[in-house]
Design a protein around this ligand. Structure first.
Ligand SMILES: [Zn+2]
Ligand SMILES: [Zn+2]
Length: 305
């Protein structure tokens, strides 16, 4: 990993990623014959790490990514700073059905996927060389997915990213901005859904048009601290949120945020629908400011349906 000359920004150089397969347009969602993630093709993935068995096959399957972002060389030059690119890059296939989206699984099946998120974070954190485990989903080509079969990626990296450190710095129990946000947004025009344990809302100042956050109402560091009831609530609000977001766009990014070892944190998830022609352009790149075209209050009203 190479560090920016002076900013706390890091870059993985991963030329192996360029070799990864893309489903050609002719082999789209309707055709599972050549799919690496479909049942029957398990021998085309690296050796399995975990599975949730079902009916002699599986419902959820975990294995290393064949084309990892981690593992590249770290060549230092001229005193510019580098850090270890070693880590773990895994895939969680959330459904055996090639044509099923994550928004279409049952609540019990969603719990199985969330359990897999929890278990992989826990397992990878036992590696002393792992600083942070990023769990994220790219749904659709416009969101960066290279294969159509629904899946989540798990990327364990050597450092705690600056973004996560900044979030953790504001998440001290008793003086936590997310506790305040969850309490406040549950009574704002930006609220979309809520249940006993979670609130889903459009943030006050979104970075992307139609952005949606799911925040735990109680202060908790990670998925491992969720009771069975809270996990069911999270699965329920995830399904509602994904279905609502898909009314805006079939393409989205979903990021799971938890507190790495030794930090306090407030667990939350962010979902960013990818809208065509809405890219970060010159002004946004040149200033780090965001420009969005729909007020979050209007998006929230639409998502509430
Ligand atoms: Zn498939
Ligand atoms: Zn909190």
């Amino acid at each position: 990993m190479r560090k920016d000359y002076f900013r706390d920004l890091w870059t993985f150089i991963a030329p192996g990623r360029a070799l990864r397969p893309f489903d050609p347009d002719s082999v789209c969602a309707s055709d599972s014959t050549g799919c690496f993630f479909c049942p029957g093709n398990e021998n085309t993935t690296p050796p399995e790490i975990d599975r949730v068995a079902k009916n002699g096959s599986w419902q959820v399957r975990v294995f290393p990514n064949k084309f990892p972002i981690t593992g590249g060389e770290d060549i230092s030059e001229n005193g510019w700073k580098t850090a270890s690119s070693q880590g773990h890059h895994e895939v969680i296939v959330e459904t055996p059905d090639h044509n099923q989206r994550l928004s279409q699984v049952t609540q019990d099946e969603m719990v199985l996927t969330l359990n897999a998120y929890r278990d992989r974070i826990k397992a990878l954190e036992t590696d002393a060389n792992v600083g942070y485990v990023s769990v994220f989903k790219n749904q659709g080509r416009e969101a960066g997915a290279s294969l159509d079969h629904s899946h989540t990626q798990v990327l364990a990296v050597s450092q705690v990213p600056a973004l996560i450190r900044e979030k953790a710095d504001h998440s001290h129990k008793g003086n936590c901005i997310y506790c305040k946000i969850a309490g406040s947004e549950a009574h704002s025009p930006r609220l979309v859904f809520e249940n006993e344990n979670f609130a889903a809302f459009c943030p006050f100042a979104p970075q992307f048009t139609h952005e949606l956050w799911i925040v735990a109402k109680d202060h908790m560091r990670t998925l491992d601290e969720l009771s069975e009831g809270a996990m069911a609530d999270l699965a329920s609000i995830m399904l509602k949120s994904l279905n609502a977001v898909e009314k805006l766009s079939p393409n989205y990014n979903m990021m799971v945020y938890y507190g790495p070892r030794g930090t306090d944190f407030h667990f939350h998830i962010e979902i960013v629908p990818r809208i065509p022609h809405q890219v970060k352009a010159g002004f946004e790149i040149g200033t780090d400011y965001a420009v969005i075209t729909t007020p979050p209050e209007e998006t929230a009203a639409f998502l509430r349906g």
